[in-house]
Write a protein that binds this ligand. Structure first.
Ligand code: SF4
Length: 132
C-alpha cells in the first residue's frame, strides 16, 4: 500500500498555521514515518507534475489552520482522495485560554496541542491501513 499523504496548509503569520505544520511533521517524521509522507502544498498549487502524480488517486489527510481550508481544496483540486480533513480549531474547545505560541514558535501548551492533533491523524492513518 502506498504511504498515506498527510498535508498541512501553508499558513504563515499565525500560530494556527504553525500548529498545522508541526503536527503533520510529527506524524510523517516521528509517529508514522513508514506509513505516511508529506508533500509541498505549494508544488500542488503550482501544478508540479511529479507531486501531482504522486498524490492523484491516493489516500490523503489534510490539516488546515483555518476555515479557508487551503490544504483540503488544493489536494482535492490535484486529484487526491481526501479520506479526512481536519482544522486546527476542530479540537480547540478543550484548550481555550491556553497560549499556544506565535507564528514562529510554539509554547509547551502549543507542542502538547500539536501532539494531540498528530495523534488524531495517526488514528486515521491506522484506520485507513486497516490497523485498528
Ligand atoms: S487554511 Fe487558512 S491558515 Fe492555512 S493557508 Fe489557508 S488561509 Fe492560511
Amino acid at each position: 500500500m502506498s504511504k498515506v499523504k498527510v498535508l498541512p496548509c501553508s499558513g504563515i503569520g499565525k500560530v494556527l498555521g504553525l500548529l498545522a505544520r508541526e503536527s503533520v511533521l510529527m506524524v510523517t517524521q516521528d509517529k508514522c514515518p513508514d506509513q505516511t509522507e508529506t508533500l509541498c502544498l505549494a508544488q500542488l498549487v503550482t501544478g508540479d507534475d511529479d507531486v501531482i502524480n504522486r498524490i492523484k488517486g491516493q489516500a490523503c489527510i489534510t490539516m488546515d489552520g483555518c476555515p479557508k481550508q487551503c490544504a483540503l481544496k488544493s489536494v482535492e483540486a490535484a486529484g487526491g482522495q481526501v479520506a479526512k480533513s481536519y482544522k486546527v480549531a476542530d479540537f480547540m474547545r478543550a484548550h481555550r485560554g491556553e497560549d499556544h505560541g506565535t507564528a514562529t514558535a510554539l509554547t509547551e501548551d502549543g507542542w502538547n496541542y500539536a501532539e494531540e492533533l498528530a495523534d488524531k491523524m495517526v488514528e486515521m492513518v491506522n484506520e485507513l491501513r486497516g490497523e485498528v
